[in-house]
Design a protein around this ligand. Sequence first.
Ligand SMILES: Nc1ncnc2c1ncn2[C@@H]1O[C@H](COP(=O)(O)OP(=O)(O)OP(=O)(O)O)[C@@H](O)[C@H]1O
Length: 563
Amino acid sequence: MENRITPSSFLSNLAQFYNCQITWWGEEKIYGTVVSDDYSEVKGLVPDQIHLKRLLYYRHPLVINKGRHHLCSDCIEAEGCRCTQEIFIPVEISQKSAGVLWRFLGSSPVDTASWLKSAIDFSQIAAFLESEQKEHLQGEFFRQVAEFFGELHGEGVILFDDQDKIIYQNEKAKELNLYQRFLEYKETPLEQNYGKATKLNLVLDKNNPLPAYLRHYYYSDRYLGKTLMTHQSGLKTKNVDFLTPRKSINFQNIISTNPQMLKAISTAHIVAMTDSTVLLRGESGTGKEMFARAIHKESLRKDGPFIAINCAAIPENLLESELFGYEEGSFTGAKKGGKLGKLELANNGTIFLDEIGDMPLALQAKLLRVLQNKNIERVGGTKQIPINARIITATHRNLEEMIKENKFREDLFYRINVIPIKIPPLKERPEDIELLLNYFIRKYCILLNKNFMTFTYEAMEMLKSYSWPGNVRELENAVEYSVAITKTDEIGIENLSNQFQSTMAERQSLQIMPKQTAHEIDREQLRSLLEQFGQTTDGKREIARNLGISLATLYRWIKKYKL
Ligand SMILES: Nc1ncnc2c1ncn2[C@@H]1O[C@H](COP(=O)(O)OP(=O)(O)OP(=O)(O)O)[C@@H](O)[C@H]1O
């Protein structure tokens, strides 16, 4: 389609805007490298494909400071390397590598953090466009970019089409009366300027200037429209959580590649549209509440309330009135006018009963009646109040065992267990650990306004071999802690929280550190490894990784053994 903007055309605009080099890669080959006009430092430096492949192994953004990153110690190109810092942001489409944003830096100082944050998020937009909106038209594309950009930087944004008609303006632009100020602008003629932005000194009021940038967009040579964006904050990135936009959870926020998890997500997705009662089962911290929220968000009740109540966290004597509400004067201390219960509050929405296994037996009977009759009676009341709430329950307990011990009502179990969904603990889905670590590192670098960080190889290995009894919650907390206390771009073992330090001590005492096994390898073993993994750089890298040694050491051994 002629007027479709591809991610790569968009990225070339981005390269101009952020004054950098961007490399676009797909299907194992480099499609193109775009370099902004002013970016002279490393102009023409085409990334080496072996290097690219090696970086792509990480599947997450990396900031590599020359000589300080562990990748440099392995790098066969290290000696002739021309950059002081390299920023690498892979873009994945349907979990396949599709491209990278790649920035080499020479010696000039730049605001890496804000560049990175913007670039990462733009790359997500590009990926989104490619994957979901094959026939994306210019208006919608620009609208999304502008909305995103405005939110990212807290600036006013207006989009014009190729006929200079406004197709979108954000709230901030309206607030600043930006369009009017633009119409009043007379200083210099506004020529279409390929790639570069024109700076305009608009006037907010008598004493206040309103700097803004006007940028024209093209696809091939076709003029598509322009954006006008204020520049009040100097393009500092706002501290917003991009990962959970508008604070609502949907299924995309549940990160996993584990087949069982994907099955659970797909079941939840399918049943979301029905009104069936769902029972979520899984250990604490596995994401049961996230599932409940996502089901609500995808259901026809999404505009109604989502009310959560944790049956284990509320004292037994209060739980009943919390759930069912009470009438005025029903007990000492009852509020004047009575109080609505959570079930009533959830009317036309969803109620999430967390830790249902901890509900006292008497209340279980009362809840069963709600499920059967679809109405409630407040504490101290006599009236039957009709309730229209979807019920989602969750527990980490073995309800079948509890039934045998007469601690849970069998009839209630059958009522709530209409759609059971099991969420596996993290130790049963080791492939998710690295994925989640990278997801949360990005989240917390943004939230804590830090430069982008990565884990060192050793730290990553340690985190991957940990059993995570507290599941994703524990992992998220661990990442937050490490990001908060780390002052460099890399999180090493010394920056992990205490539980990992003790794991490390145990390992050392057991002498199973991978580096120690590495010394035991002889010529014959190395030869058979080379046969197994192959003589390619990737094969050797894999061997080095398995042995816990650097690639450089492996090359030394190969030389020494004359292999
Ligand atoms: N797959 C996931 N992807 C992203 N974040 C997750 C995932 N699973 C859990 N989390 C995060 O982990 C934390 C705990 O999740 P949640 O509260 O949903 O777990 P839970 O099973 O309901 O725990 P509990 O039973 O202790 O209430 C939350 O901060 C949530 O955002």
